[in-house]
Write a protein that binds this ligand. Sequence first.
Ligand code: G4P
Length: 190
Amino acid sequence: MNLLEERICKEGKVLNDEILKVDSFINHQVDPYLMKEIGKEFANHFKDKGITKVATIESSGIAPALMTALEMNVPLVIMKKSPSKVLKTDLYGTEVVSFTKGTSYELTIAKSHICEEDHILIIDDFLANGEASTGAIRLIRKANATIAGLGILIEKSFQPGRQKLEEAKIEVYSLARIKSLNGGSIQFIN
Ligand code: G4P
């Protein structure tokens, strides 16, 4: 069992058969030491891929993505869910529907921070239905940049995200893969 899985067992709260709360170390309060170790793990896994930038979706992906970018010595680019109305920037945009939240939003990225020479590693906290990840991929492709892979902290393997991404030929590396949350018990894929 790795560091993240141990922490999930200790502090994760199963809300129902589909939702795991990890507010005390990922979503509301962030454990910087854990994020540093996660950054090292992703940087090591993707070290030979020629990555030029790390990208993530605000907000919970930022902490692990920043630590990964630091370890890889590359910039971090943040995709936004609500573009600033004050700072008018030229953006690529795409609509993302969240099944978990029952909402949709426009995901955007600044054109000035991504270009066709970029080879991007996407980092995010959860992989559930894969809508956020596939939205991020669409945006990167709009900029004619390429995707090195996807690093995920917690994959809910009983939902279809991984399958969608594998069908799109994207490498998914998840640190914790959850087989089931049924009956309040957290089962991992080893
Ligand atoms: P998808 O991106 O894989 O399709 O997932 P979905 O749309 O279903 O998820 C939307 C939001 O819900 C994402 O957060 C995702 O991280 C979060 N989420 C999905 N499943 C779980 C879960 O089991 N537990 C928790 N805690 N979150 C879950 P978001 O809206 O992007 O939020 P944030 O990054 O601003 O925190």
